[in-house]
Design a protein around this ligand. Structure first.
Ligand SMILES: NC(=O)c1ccc[n+]([C@@H]2O[C@H](COP(=O)([O-])OP(=O)(O)OC[C@H]3O[C@@H](n4cnc5c(N)ncnc54)[C@H](OP(=O)(O)O)[C@@H]3O)[C@@H](O)[C@H]2O)c1
Length: 270
């Protein structure tokens, strides 16, 4: 029997992208899945897709940057399923703009989305995860290990997530609750994916080499493996693992490599 059979799992930001792929994988392995997102139409489509496959699923529209919304997300989950075993804080917004051009409120929005948007659901979920000795997984990025150009607020938010995960892991020692953080690498995005520009407008993601990207299904499977094995830190993709090693021992060199590859990418795509 699957490890995930009858486990109740919330995946924030699961109307599309990696969140939806993770929800599909969990449901396929027998979990009862709670979908979440702000766009009601997109969420409904994802809900219908899972329902059509015969999965046990509910969808709760809410904005994870609102503490009140997160309280409601957890309350509705408990009212429906009576328990919570797994929380995956996946929803977040990214960006593509140099720091100097970012409006302060946009910087703040991205930070808020990446750190409070994980901390708020985690805070409301924790009492329930303690009862089930469940699991909380924060979805981070390679940008959570080194500050990325045109990604300052995003990198800062993802790095803050590491601190949150570390503090929680230490504080929850002996509670039975698993805390994990998954540093996702380049992943094939949905066409609808948007990030913020300097003015806070939604724009397409910057192009990146296809051969460096994992599929969303590969990422979803890796997230499930990290939950099952109760791993603290998981780094995805070869480039991500190399980055983690290099950042640890040769951070200055990594920054120089990124500067060089930025110039190359500019020459290739502009
Ligand atoms: N794709 C990559 O290459 C990559 C690489 C490294 C890390 N990651 C990380 O992986 C996670 C998922 O990324 P993705 O590429 O799948 O993103 P995505 O395609 O943009 O999907 C993000 C999802 O989050 C939801 N969302 C965003 N803000 C929200 C909010 N305030 N409240 C509730 N839902 C919200 C969006 O739905 P609504 O707009 O309807 O709310 C959407 O369903 C993120 O944490 C990201 O940082 C991705």
């Amino acid at each position: 029997m699957s490890f995930f059979k009858d486990k109740v799992a919330i995946i924030t930001g699961s109307g599309m992208g990696i969140g939806k792929a993770t929800a599909l994988e969990l449901a396929a392995q027998g979990a009862k899945v709670v979908l979440n997102g702000r766009n009601a139409e997109r969420l409904q489509k994802a809900f219908e897709e899972l329902k059509a496959k015969g999965h046990d699923v509910i969808a709760i529209p809410c904005d994870i940057t609102s503490a009140a919304d997160c309280e409601n997300l957890i309350r509705q989950t408990i009212e429906t399923y009576g328990k919570l075993d797994i929380l995956i804080t996946n929803a977040s917004i990214s960006m593509r703009e140099k720091f100097e051009n970012l409006q302060p409120e946009v910087f703040s929005q991205i930070i808020h989305s990446n750190i409070n948007g994980s901390a708020f659901p985690a805070w409301y979920a924790l009492p329930h995860l303690k009862k089930t000795k469940g699991s909380i997984t924060f979805i981070s990025s390679a940008a959570g290990m080194i500050g990325m150009p045109t990604g300052s607020a995003y990198s800062a938010g993802k790095m803050a997530l590491t601190a949150l995960a570390q503090s929680m892991k230490i504080e929850l020692d002996g509670s039975g609750v698993h805390v994990g953080i998954v540093h996702v690498g380049f992943t094939q995005n949905e066409d609808a994916k948007r990030v913020l520009n300097a003015k806070g407008e939604l724009v397409p993601v910057a192009p990146r080499p296809p051969y460096l990207q994992q599929t969303r299904e590969q990422v979803a499977k890796a997230i499930l493996r990290s939950i099952k094995s109760r791993q603290f830190k998981t780094v995805l993709t070869i480039v991500g693992k190399l980055n983690a090693f290099m950042v640890r021992f040769f951070p200055g060199l990594v920054i120089r490599i990124i500067m060089y590859s930025q110039k190359r990418m500019k020459d290739m795509y502009e």
